[in-house]
Write a protein that binds this ligand. Structure first.
Ligand code: FES
Length: 373
């Protein structure tokens, strides 16, 4: 009897030891996964494979949240920077690439957020809207770009047109986390309808809670009860918001015509300390004619539309192996204009020789003949 009791006791002790051993093994596995996959940062250059964690749609725009597998640490991004996303639009050809400004990136829980809008001629944007879903892996370059918020300014005007809100939202996130808050920030968000005002509720809540933030959405096609600004942004709206300001830093991400109007209006206010202007115009059509032109590219005839970037129009037919930024920064889309007229959509950020243009910053204004180098 005594022997049987001792035997049972030993049996339970063995089971307990085995259980503890299994728990320790599990814990060690979890810790090693975290150390290997979670704490090691990826290189700050090169290409990322990002998992789509969430997708939310609003009007004609999708907002996606991305992270690395195992929620590995992401390369940091400055507010205003973008991701160049690859899209395998057609089988057998090299993927096309487009830049999308980061709306947010968070060190924890290690996520990027982008908003991508369906566009009438948006080969890549429309493909992404049709093919990206939760769980899909997409490839991008690490965050890049020079349109970033400076620490120096504390009287700031932010202007976004539609989905151009993304870099502005990232800037607002950073301003909210500053130890010393800015003196005043006015944010004009221009859109057609209230449905196109992304992050509208969140921004209204921020504006209620933050005394330095003045949020002014402006609708060109408002519904009857819309209480906010109506029509287009103009000098009067700017003058009212900036009344009493000594100087301003203007950051804008919108269509070139809107940015030009706002810049002229802001300069005409003649603030005593002047105005610094920083702007971004990804993937937006310029003021081109909208006409169709023929581009002779190394013996190939390609039809392009005036007002859209030559890079976007020629891609798929002409190889641009070194074009990566799509923002006039890398110089990889440099082409020589042999014949015809072009129009600049965006000021290049890198040096280029006379007779050359950056295809990502330029649109056709007549039939063209071009060559690479
Ligand atoms: S793609 Fe980089 S400058 Fe045009």
């Amino acid at each position: 009897m005594e022997n049987s009791k001792t035997c049972k006791k030993n049996h339970y002790q063995m089971l307990l030891i085995l259980l503890l051993f299994a728990c320790a093994l599990l814990l060690m596995t979890l810790v090693s996964i975290l150390l290997w996959g979670g704490l090691t940062p990826v290189r700050s250059t090169g290409t990322l494979s990002l998992v789509v964690r969430k997708r939310r749609d609003q009007a004609d725009t999708m907002i996606i949240t991305l992270s690395l597998p195992w929620y590995k640490r992401l390369p940091p991004a400055k507010p205003g920077q973008y991701l160049a996303i690859e899209a395998p639009v057609s089988n057998g050809s090299a993927p096309l690439m487009r830049c999308y400004s980061l709306a947010r990136w968070q060190a924890s829980p290690r996520q990027y957020q982008l908003a991508i809008k369906r566009e009438p001629n948006g080969k890549v944007s429309n493909w992404l809207l049709d093919h990206v879903h939760q769980g899909r892996v997409i490839r991008s370059r690490v965050p890049a770009g020079h349109f970033v918020l400076s620490e120096q300014h504390d009287q700031i005007v932010l202007v976004a047109g539609g989905v151009g809100i993304t870099p502005v939202l990232a800037m607002l996130d950073q301003l909210r986390s500053r130890r010393t808050p800015p003196k005043s920030v006015v944010f004009f968000h221009a859109a057609r309808t209230v449905e196109q005002l992304l992050w509208f509720d969140e921004l209204q809540n921020w504006a209620r809670a933050i005394d330095w933030l003045d949020y002014r959405p402006c609708l060109s096609r408002p519904h009857a009860e819309w209480p906010g600004l109506r029509g287009h942004l103009d000098r009067d709206k700017l003058a009212t918001a900036l009344s009493g300001w000594s100087s301003a830093a203007l950051y804008q991400c919108a269509s070139p015509p809107l940015m030009q109007t706002v810049e002229q209006a802001a300069r005409s206010l003649a603030l005593p300390g002047g105005i610094d202007v920083m702007q971004e115009a990804f993937g937006v059509a310029g003021e081109g004619s909208g006409q169709w032109f023929t581009v002779n590219a190394y013996g190939k005839q390609v039809v392009v539309q005036g007002g859209l970037s030559l890079l976007g129009e020629l891609e798929g037919q002409v190889e641009f192996p070194d074009a990566s930024c799509r923002a006039g920064e890398c110089g990889g889309c440099r082409i020589r204009i042999e014949h015809g007229e072009t129009m600049q959509l965006k000021r290049p950020q890198c040096a280029i020789d006379p007779h050359y243009v950056l295809a990502c910053c330029t649109t056709a204004n007549s039939d063209l003949a071009i060559s690479l180098n």
